[in-house]
Design a protein around this ligand. Sequence first.
Ligand code: DON
Length: 339
Amino acid sequence: MRQGELDVGDVGQIARTGAVPPGQDIDAVVAAAHARALRHSQGAVADYIPVLAEADPELFGLCVVDVDGGVHAEGDTGALFSIQSISKAFVYALLCDALGHEEVFDVVGVNNTGAAFNSVVAIELNGGHPGNPMVNAGAIATTALLPGDSAEARWEGIRAGLSRFAGRELEIDEEVYRSETLTNQRNRAIGQLLESYGRIRSDPAEAVDVYTRQCSLLVDARDLAVMGATLADGGVNPVTGERVVSADVCRDTLAVLAASGLYERSGEWLFEIGLPGKSGVAGGLVTVAPGKAGIAAYAPRLDSAGNSVRGQIATAYLSRALGFNIFASDSHYSRGDLA
Ligand code: DON
């Protein structure tokens, strides 16, 4: 079943998910979530990209930006880190905006692979199809599809686009870029494997290089929360007021994040938190409460799937405390809506 076959026009296209519950002291809830998660020190800092191993494992920032542009921050929200896989969500949104729903659906896909983010086996099992844009194969294929007549043009489009999501000019961390470039043989192999299946639309080495650069962009937890809030607010950055992508693109991107944003742990994540989210191996985690807010955490210790441990605990608390779980409902009888 495809969107083109539905032909329902604009009827029912706008999601109405309610607002942040009134009377909530969001600053206090964010502080409580931070204090709870701070007690946990399980997990390990990523080290397969050598420079990431140097991160201070105790850093922990937590930030909520609501769709009115209110910023609620606690802890190390100004600490900079490389965005890593979280870039995949926003680059995917930029691609959907440029190419449209159908073409991106066909080439990159939207289904969870059930495998690790850098799995080669998943590509083979899917006949060369990358599966979804959140695993490395799908992200490299996504980057290769971006408009631009050179790798440099595609890179500049990504940097400028992600900067619009964040509301400030983002810069690359040259040290992270160099460290990953020296150790990304696996991603280069994935690029070539995609090429062998005719699944990549530009030179694979160039696509992997642009992908490595996008992963090396520096953000802090506040930036990430603004980026998430832009997806929560139908594509308009609630701090700058700029439209970055269309509301349809946000809807599609959030659906993909719900299915695959935390890789093979996406089911558990959705079960516990009930919101679309995306993690990165430097310890960033962004979560989107549609129509309400963006949530971002930075804490470098990761679980075995590459997801921030403190970030997950803090986000679970926030989702419960702020009533953000998109699957939660109450009977309209018990609310007294009916006469
Ligand atoms: O390609 C890589 O392996 C890294 N640049 C990004 C991986 C990543 O962030 C996985 N997320 N949790």
